[in-house]
Design a binder for this molecule. Structure first.
Ligand SMILES: [Zn+2]
Length: 323
């Protein structure tokens, strides 16, 4: 199923209602049949509430679009949404599937405003929906260290002054008004990992690199930024280019892959979202890292990967509101 090329017309045809959306998500999340969200057991019985009678009242239950399963082992009930970022959402499951597809298929992302308009939901709901999907795009926390030729580079993300609220507008648009991020691109495998950081001191760069890279098994490529010198000495080899001298490639080393990643990220943030707040920037980075890391997949496989990443990741409304 996931292998078939997807498109909006195909989705419209395949998913006429919410029940069909449940079936579709079940196929993506459980290709080998339902897995209990509570205990992980792989045998469950389908409960169709539409056919049952309430034990309490004896009356026929009203038909429900939810597809509920009962675990053969722990006897608890669950659905494909249980334990995922979709759990407890009031947004129609069908809308989830369509927005998931759009986020999986678009090159620059989709803004909450656009989602609100297209799917006739409030901008607030759309904003929250998109952030929950970004949450599912985050790298598996158990993913191991990267090994290979690693390009490390830093950049600064920030809205243009004219887009800012007057109280937050300064006379300068220098780097210190922006939020630093560090990206590590593995040239050997094509994987990127980005992180929002407080600063770009040597200590910070070292900790980001050590948390993500198998240092003794890798080679480091950077620019001449002094912050890379100490961590550079811990690698078997550290090559750097001197951008100040107009040097972009030296000894087979360049930071071009990181720079093109940043350029694409900034185009997307400026063009699609116009501005993103610092407190949510890490989720946008998760989205763009995901897109970069899955660029060779089909839209359907990318969607599959997002739904696969949904288990055990719930993002409730309240923690988000506190930002
Ligand atoms: Zn169970």
């Amino acid at each position: 199923m996931a292998k078939q090329a997807l498109s909006i017309p195909k989705l419209v045809e395949r998913i006429p209602d919410d029940t069909a959306a449940y079936v579709f998500l079940e196929g993506l999340r459980w290709p080998d049949g339902p897995v209990c969200a509570h205990c992980g057991h792989d045998k469950a019985y389908f409960l169709n509430p539409a056919n049952g009678h309430s034990r309490a009242t004896g009356k026929k239950r009203t038909a429900s679009v939810r597809r509920v399963w009962k675990c053969a082992k722990c006897r608890k009930q669950f659905s494909v949404l249980t334990g995922t970022v979709m759990h407890g959402s009031k947004i129609a499951v069908r809308t989830w599937v369509f927005v998931l597809y759009e986020m999986a298929a678009s090159k620059n992302g989709i803004s909450a405003r656009e989602v609100a308009r297209k799917y006739e939901i409030t901008e607030e709901s759309a904003w929250f929906l998109c952030h929950r999907i970004r949450e599912a795009m985050k790298r598996d926390p158990l993913a191991g260290l990267m090994a290979g030729t690693i390009v490390a580079d830093e950049s600064f993300i920030g809205g243009k002054m004219k887009n800012r609220h007057a109280s937050n507008r300064h006379n300068t648009d220098k780097w210190y008004d922006k939020t630093p991020i560090v990206s590590l691109v593995n040239k050997t495998t094509g994987e990127v990992r980005s992180k929002v950081v407080a600063n770009v001191t040597g200590a910070t760069l070292r900790s980001v690199i050590r948390d993500n890279v198998d240092v003794p098994a890798s080679e480091l490529h950077t620019d001449e930024h002094i912050g890379y010198q100490r961590i550079g000495r811990e690698f078997p080899e550290h090559k750097s280019v001197k951008h100040k001298d107009g040097e972009y490639v030296r000894d087979g080393a360049s930071t071009n892959v990181a720079e093109s990643y940043f350029a694409q990220l900034k185009r997307s943030i400026d063009g699609t979202h116009h501005n993103v707040s610092v407190s949510h920037l890490h989720r946008y980075l998760a989205e763009y890292d995901f897109r970069y890391n899955t660029k060779k997949l089909t839209d359907a496989d990318r969607m599959h990967a997002i739904v696969g990443g949904m288990g055990g990741r719930r993002l409730s409304y309240e923690p988000l509101r506190r930002y």
